[in-house]
Design a protein around this ligand. Structure first.
Ligand SMILES: NC(=O)c1ccc[n+]([C@@H]2O[C@H](COP(=O)([O-])OP(=O)(O)OC[C@H]3O[C@@H](n4cnc5c(N)ncnc54)[C@H](O)[C@@H]3O)[C@@H](O)[C@H]2O)c1
Length: 263
């Protein structure tokens, strides 16, 4: 049996990268899917990719009015909602002295306030389904601080707190979990970070990527399907007793080496 059979799912940030891969996997596993994103053109292309019947709703997740209208539209067109996956996100890379108030506000508005607004707008439909699922995408930067990613890291730590608090509040009708991926260089955000790293180090992209893979115990970079696989697990019936969990999808990169033993 398909693990998302009969589900009605809304994926924010669903027009690109991890969100698009989550939407593809949900549809392949039997879900009806709605994609929420900023750009109509990107949304139309993503819907064609995910498959016939895919619903699209355009909204800025930082705008309460747009989010309410988009979630209502998705619930109407899907005939209900039992799954919400929060993937919309932005990043910038700057040292403390260069981070502007606008940089800080935009990052927190999209990554954290946007998640709160989407969960709030979807709450009644998710509760009514009695088998609700919320899965948020945090980051390895939501588990450990990272230089030059101050606002991003703060927003992703915040998402872990939002996820745990909602898990406690929405049980037993809705489970709420988060996935914390290490870098996925193929997505829009992944490419943005890779360009910054090539400029910053003067190395070409292949060299940067092999350096990252060498630092990860599982010896490769992360992929959008690694992340989507974890999301689909949280959506599945097999995870119906799991809530408030942060799952690292990082190839073991958080693990330490024996201090003083490096050759
Ligand atoms: N790629 C990585 O290395 C990585 C690692 C860890 C976590 N993540 C997280 O995964 C999620 C997906 O990112 P991705 O890597 O697929 O990047 P991406 O840029 O490919 O996708 C992000 C999507 O969010 C949408 N978006 C941005 N601002 C929005 C707004 N205000 N309203 C609605 N939609 C908006 C974009 O249009 C885009 O389609 C993000 O939350 C990101 O923080 C990514």
């Amino acid at each position: 049996m398909n693990i998302a059979a009969g589900r009605k799912a809304l994926v924010t940030g669903g027009a690109s990268g991890i969100g698009l891969e989550v939407a593809r996997q949900l549809a392949a596993e039997g879900a009806a899917v709605a994609l929420l994103d900023l750009d109509e053109e990107k949304l139309a292309a993503a819907a064609a990719d995910v498959g016939a019947g895919t619903v699209t709703v355009r909204a800025d997740v930082g705008s309460p009015g747009q989010v309410r209208a988009a979630v209502e539209g998705a619930v109407d067109r899907l005939g209900g909602l039992d799954t919400l996956v929060i993937c919309a996100g932005v990043i910038h890379v700057k040292p403390l002295a260069e981070v502007t108030e606008a940089d800080w506000d935009h990052t927190l508005d999209v990554n954290l306030k946007g998640a709160f607004l989407c969960c709030q707008a979807a709450e009644s439909a998710l509760r009514a389904s009695r088998r609700g699922r919320i899965v948020t995408i945090s980051s390895d930067a939501g588990r450990r601080g990272v230089p030059h990613l101050l606002a991003y890291s703060a927003s992703k730590f915040g998402l872990v707190g939002l996820t745990e608090s909602l898990a406690a509040e929405l049980a037993p009708s809705v489970t709420v979990n988060t996935v914390c991926p290490v870098g996925v260089p193929t997505t829009g955000m992944g490419q943005q970070l890779l360009s910054w790293k090539t400029e910053h180090t003067g190395q070409d992209a292949d060299r940067v990527l092999s350096g990252i893979a060498n630092a990860i115990p599982m010896a490769r970079n992360g992929t959008a399907s690694d992340v989507a696989n974890a999301v689909l697990y949280f959506v599945s019936e097999a995870a119906s007793f799991i809530t408030g969990v942060s799952l690292d999808v990082d190839g073991g990169s958080r693990l330490n080496t024996l201090p003083g033993a490096a050759e």
